[in-house]
Design a protein around this ligand. Structure first.
Ligand SMILES: Cc1cc2nc3c(=O)[nH]c(=O)nc-3n(C[C@H](O)[C@H](O)[C@H](O)COP(=O)(O)OP(=O)(O)OC[C@H]3O[C@@H](n4cnc5c(N)ncnc54)[C@H](O)[C@@H]3O)c2cc1C
Length: 323
């Protein structure tokens, strides 16, 4: 039986991202189910202390790849570091977060190892024979179940699992690494232009989805309700992908994770990637024409109706109630 390698990801401040502790939860469950041992891996420059933190907060025995050339993410260097850890540990399951750097390195790693590759899993099950990987396909309308043979590289969707919160025993080991042929070099990080929108701090969010249907309708229908309630406007990803609103408005796994007191979803189907960004809201109200829309599964109040009938009426009612 091989090992599970948990590849940690660091943020710009050099701290371990929450998504890495979600990988720890997945790995610990699988370790229990399959008898494998889990090992952590931290990659960076001057990361011995961060590796020790990862080891003591759930990952257990942790390797670290420490090199000035790894101070910032680059695919050649990180690929080589993970490969070295796989060779050192005999890992047959490599868990990586499904983040931009994860999307980049995981398929390269799988190709180099001649391993199976499963991306964007929301669950991995080890209770039966072998491992079963679950991922959503066709915009969340179907779940695919996959099994693999041999070494497997899997990326796990951030937010799909609770992060591990607890302690663990385990030391750290520096990987013997000699990087070769690192062809890309980090130049600089540029902060995206500030928009002044920070949904993570909003207590009330009124979000519109593809069901709003027209960019003009956001300032006409959605924003007025947000304003009447003293809240902020949000959106699902297709709205942002279509260029109707900027990325800071996006709620979900590749946008903002929000926890307002009230989240109002208008014309949003409730795909898992949207749900992971808002399901922690205190009270969720959903307006959707489709009574089978998955958003109703997480909604405290669901209104099966045309949003163009309900939202303006709601705005007027709120204004009237506030005098
Ligand atoms: C890697 C990855 C990351 C992703 N990240 C995100 C993310 O961060 N955030 C995100 O939101 N999505 C994300 N997605 C996309 C996600 O899978 C869904 O495609 C998306 O959330 C669907 O957006 P939607 O609900 O607005 O659109 P749809 O799924 O098209 O739903 C529109 C809904 O509007 C309803 N509707 C239509 N007209 C009306 C009307 N007049 N009145 C009332 N209801 C109406 C319909 O019944 C339908 O339920 C991601 C996908 C991937 C693969």
């Amino acid at each position: 039986m091989g090992h599970i390698l948990i590849v940690a990801e660091l943020n710009d401040q050099g701290a371990i991202r929450e998504a890495s502790y979600e990988l720890v939860s997945v790995a610990r469950k699988l370790a229990e189910e399959t008898g494998r041992e889990a090992r952590g891996l931290v990659i960076g420059s001057g990361v011995a202390d961060v590796a020790a933190e990862f080891a003591s907060k759930g990952a257990g025995e942790t390797l670290f790849a420490d090199d000035a050339a790894l101070a910032n993410y680059n695919s050649d260097g990180f690929n080589q570091a993970i490969r070295a850890a796989v060779e050192a540990t005999g890992a047959d399951l490599i868990l990586i977060s499904n983040t931009p750097s994860g999307w980049d390195v995981a398929p390269r790693l799988a190709a180099g190892l001649d391993a199976a590759y499963v991306s964007d899993c929301f669950k991995i099950d080890g209770a039966g024979d072998g491992l079963t990987f679950y991922r959503r396909i066709f915009n969340g309308k179907l779940d695919a179940e996959l099994s693999t043979e041999g070494i497997t590289v899997a990326t796990v969707q951030p937010g799909a699992t609770e992060p591990f919160e607890g302690t663990s025993e385990g030391g750290t080991t520096a990987l013997d690494l000699s990087l070769d042929g690192v062809r890309s070099k980090f130049i600089e990080t540029k902060q995206a232009e500030a928009t002044g929108i920070d949904l993570t701090k909003a207590e009330i969010i009124v979000s519109g989805g593809r069901g709003v249907g027209d960019p003009e309708k956001f300032p006409e229908i959605i924003q007025p309700l947000a304003d009447a309630l003293g809240g902020a406007m949000g959106a699902s990803r297709p709205v942002v992908d279509a260029g109707w609103l900027d990325h800071p408005y996006q709620v979900g796994s590749s946008g903002q994770v929000v926890t307002p007191k009230l989240y109002l979803a208008c014309g949003i189907s409730g795909a898992i990637q949207h749900l992971v960004g808002m399901k922690g809201s205190n009270f969720i109200m959903a307006i959707n024409k489709d009574p089978d829309a998955p958003i109703f599964e997480v909604a405290d109040v669901g209104v099966v109706a045309d949003l163009f009938d309900i939202v303006p009426a709601l705005t007027e009612a709120v204004k009237a109630a506030k005098g």
